[in-house]
Ligand binder design. Structure first.
Ligand code: HEC
Length: 139
C-alpha cells in the first residue's frame, strides 16, 4: 500500500511540476526566444556607463520604472521570484541586449511586466540596465 501511495504522489505532484517549471526553475536559462539569443547577446548598450547615466538609471529604478517594488530586497511574488540583481553568476551570464528584450517584452509566463514602451522609454531602459550592473559591485 505504501508503495502505491508513493507512486501516486510521484506521478500526481512531482513529475508534472518538474515538467511545467523546468524552464522557470533555472534562473540562469535564457529568458528570450532562442532564435534571437545570438543577436541579443551581440547587442551593446548604446550609452556609455557614465556616472550621470547610472544616476538616471537609479532614479528610474526607484521611481517611475517601479522596479524596486518587485526587485527590492526581500520582495516575494507567487510563482516566479523577481530576479536578484546581486547574483554574480546571473550578472555574468546575462547580457545587456537580453535584459533589453525583457524590458520591451516582459518575461512571458512570469510577473515581469513590459516596461519599455509602458512607463519608460528606450533610453531610460538602457540607463536602468547600467544601474543594475552596479548591484554586484555594491555587495
Ligand atoms: C510586478 C513586478 C515586477 C516589476 C514592477 C519589475 N519586475 Fe523585473 N522581474 C520580475 C519577475 C517576477 C522576474 C523573473 C522573471 C523570470 O523568471 O523570467 C523579473 C525579471 C527581471 C529581469 C531578468 C530577466 C532575465 O533575463 O533573467 C530583469 C533584467 C528585470 N526583471 C528588470 C526589471 C526592471 C529594470 C524593472 C523596472 C523598469 C522591473 N524589472 C520591474 C518582476 C518585476
Amino acid at each position: 500500500m505504501r508503495i502505491v501511495i508513493t507512486c501516486y504522489c510521484l506521478v500526481v505532484f512531482i513529475l508534472p511540476s518538474a515538467n511545467v517549471n523546468a524552464f522557470h526553475d533555472d534562473i540562469y536559462q535564457p529568458r528570450v526566444p532562442l532564435e534571437l539569443l545570438e543577436e541579443l547577446q551581440d547587442m551593446d548598450n548604446p550609452y556609455p556607463a557614465s556616472p550621470e547615466r547610472i544616476e538616471l538609471g537609479k532614479e528610474i529604478f526607484f521611481g517611475k520604472g517601479l522596479c524596486v517594488t518587485c526587485h527590492g530586497k526581500g520582495v516575494k511574488l507567487p510563482g516566479h521570484s523577481p530576479r536578484d540583481f546581486t547574483d554574480k553568476k546571473w550578472q555574468e551570464i546575462r547580457t545587456d541586449g537580453e535584459m533589453m528584450w525583457v524590458l520591451r517584452n516582459g518575461s512571458p509566463g512570469t510577473g515581469m511586466p513590459v516596461r519599455v514602451g509602458k512607463g519608460i522609454n528606450e533610453e531610460e531602459g538602457w540607463s536602468v540596465i547600467h544601474y543594475i550592473r552596479t548591484f554586484v559591485n555594491a555587495e
